[in-house]
Unconditional design. Structure first.
Length: 213
């Protein structure tokens, strides 16, 4: 049986909690000043962090507190401060030059089965009001946003007629982008999936900065 601890050998350790405030000169930054910071992405299209991140602010000026998981990051660009909305990888909608090719290759290779289910990366293709062909696709946990050629949209909307559109998709891509269409698996390896995840982890670990009203 273990003896109960007594007051002679028991003590309470007091931890010191450091509160980091974001100041402008000698005064604490207010929500109004925070809103005036220029908004600029903290993560580049290559998945790398811009500038020097300072910390996270738990304030949602765009009323995005009910939005999907994200951070509000304060970061330094040269001698100026910026603020950024940074979405979690699965909600990133990251734009990258190779996304267009990846999406087109998925469709060219038959991204939909005969039952109409998506086989590759939760691919979604739609035509916007401006008649632009927009696409979103999940690649190993990171959501990307891009576009594709018109014939790819036709193949997407009519999987039964895939054979009719297949050759057109590859030709249309080469005409639009000036290079042959590569395999989707090859292009996927070139997308900055791990870089974005690493940037998200680094930004998520930043200290919280407090601002005044």
């Amino acid at each position: 049986m273990t003896d109960s601890p007594n007051v002679d050998n028991t003590s309470i350790e007091h931890a010191t909690v450091q509160i980091r405030t974001l100041n402008v000169g000698a005064k604490q930054m207010t929500q109004g000043i925070f809103r005036q910071l220029i908004t600029e992405p903290a993560i580049s299209t290559t998945g790398r962090i811009h500038g020097e991140p300072w910390g996270i602010v738990n304030y949602h000026p765009e009323r995005c507190d009910d939005a999907k998981e994200h951070l509000h990051v304060v970061w330094q660009k040269g001698n100026e401060l910026r603020r950024a909305y940074v979405a979690a990888p699965e909600h990133a909608y990251l734009r990258h030059p190779l996304v267009d090719e990846y999406v087109t290759a998925l469709i060219f290779e038959g991204a939909r089965d005969t039952a109409g289910h998506v086989n590759h990366g939760d691919l979604r293709v739609t035509e916007t009001a401006r008649r632009e062909i927009s696409a979103t696709v999940m690649v190993r946990g990171v959501m990307f946003h891009g576009a594709t050629v018109a014939s790819a949209l036709q193949a997407w909307e009519d999987p039964a007629g895939y054979g009719t559109y297949a050759s057109r998709v590859a030709v249309a891509f080469e005409e639009a982008y000036g290079r042959p269409l590569r395999a989707a698996a090859e292009v996927a390896e070139l997308l900055p999936v791990e870089a974005y995840k690493a940037a998200w982890r680094e930004l998520s670990a930043l200290p919280q900065l407090f601002i005044g009203r």
